[in-house]
Write a protein that binds this ligand. Sequence first.
Ligand SMILES: NC(=O)c1ccc[n+]([C@@H]2O[C@H](COP(=O)([O-])OP(=O)(O)OC[C@H]3O[C@@H](n4cnc5c(N)ncnc54)[C@H](OP(=O)(O)O)[C@@H]3O)[C@@H](O)[C@H]2O)c1
Length: 314
Amino acid sequence: MKKNSKIYIAGHKGLVGSALLRELHKSGYENLVFKTHKELDLTRQEQVEEWFENERPDYVFLAAAKVGGILANNTYPAEFIYSNMIIETNIIHTSYLFNVKKLLFLGSSCIYPRLCPQPMKEEYLLSGSLEPTNEAYAIAKIAGIIMCRSYNRQYDCRFISVMPTNLYGPGDNFDLNTSHVLPALIRKFHEAKINGMKEVEIWGTGTPKREFLHVDDLAGACIFLMNGYDESEIINIGTGQDLSINELAGMVAEVVGFKGGLRFNSSRPDGTPVKRLNVSKLNALGWKANIPLKQGIQETYKWYAENVANRTLP
Ligand SMILES: NC(=O)c1ccc[n+]([C@@H]2O[C@H](COP(=O)([O-])OP(=O)(O)OC[C@H]3O[C@@H](n4cnc5c(N)ncnc54)[C@H](OP(=O)(O)O)[C@@H]3O)[C@@H](O)[C@H]2O)c1
């Protein structure tokens, strides 16, 4: 990408999109274009084509999607498969029609098979059954990856797909009905501390292991790959290190300053037992994550306290 290339960030208000916007600005890219969901509904093909026809972007970061934690994925599978398939179909196909130089599609570590050997290598995608709680989302994301690969093969496009691990950071979703585990823990511990509660309920058994990457690190990796990775094969983005939900809860409680106990509710689903990425391919290209988890949680809690805690959440 040149500093004056026209770069479209789809989903620039989201966790990933807003981090991409920050990092691109910071790195001196000036010609950034975007529209809110309200201004441009990416599920509407005609609106997407009109936008590309008017703007004619050189590069596209596809960070718009329907995203949620385990409860939302399990409760609204139709919405997850419909929205994600239609958004990616519209943007990938229209990028081809309007000769976009390069597109970056976001897959996710949660679309690897449920019982994938650990740490998960790129070649393990589609090697086994999916986690049932997010099967609809996973199938939609896998379709996006195969679409990028197919457009590269048939039309000589340069559409790359990346596989981030669990992300967190400023701009995260703190709504307990739809959020991921880390922001949910921040909110639960914060409210428990404010309300003087003795105990906080944590979903599941606390034993599943997860890896977490600060979204600013992810944005840095996406820009790095947009500038230097041209293969059709997916590439993992993560730290390569994991910890149990129990350990994570302890770390979040410490950062937030909650001194009470934790009660694990095993009637809530655990999801995939272990999920850790093999990041040797990305590391070999010269990129490594550099924001330590505790520091990232501190920053995210500060952002939450300043931007969300005073607002009434549903
Ligand atoms: N968060 C993670 O832990 C994680 C991990 C791995 C991969 N990823 C991938 O990263 C990408 C971005 O995730 P995220 O966490 O940044 O999600 P997010 O915070 O929910 O952001 C998604 C953005 O897409 C927009 N959007 C949704 N439907 C739209 C539509 N029909 N038209 C226009 N805009 C629409 C949303 O706008 P509204 O909010 O206004 O609807 C929102 O701004 C996804 O592809 C996801 O699979 C995320």
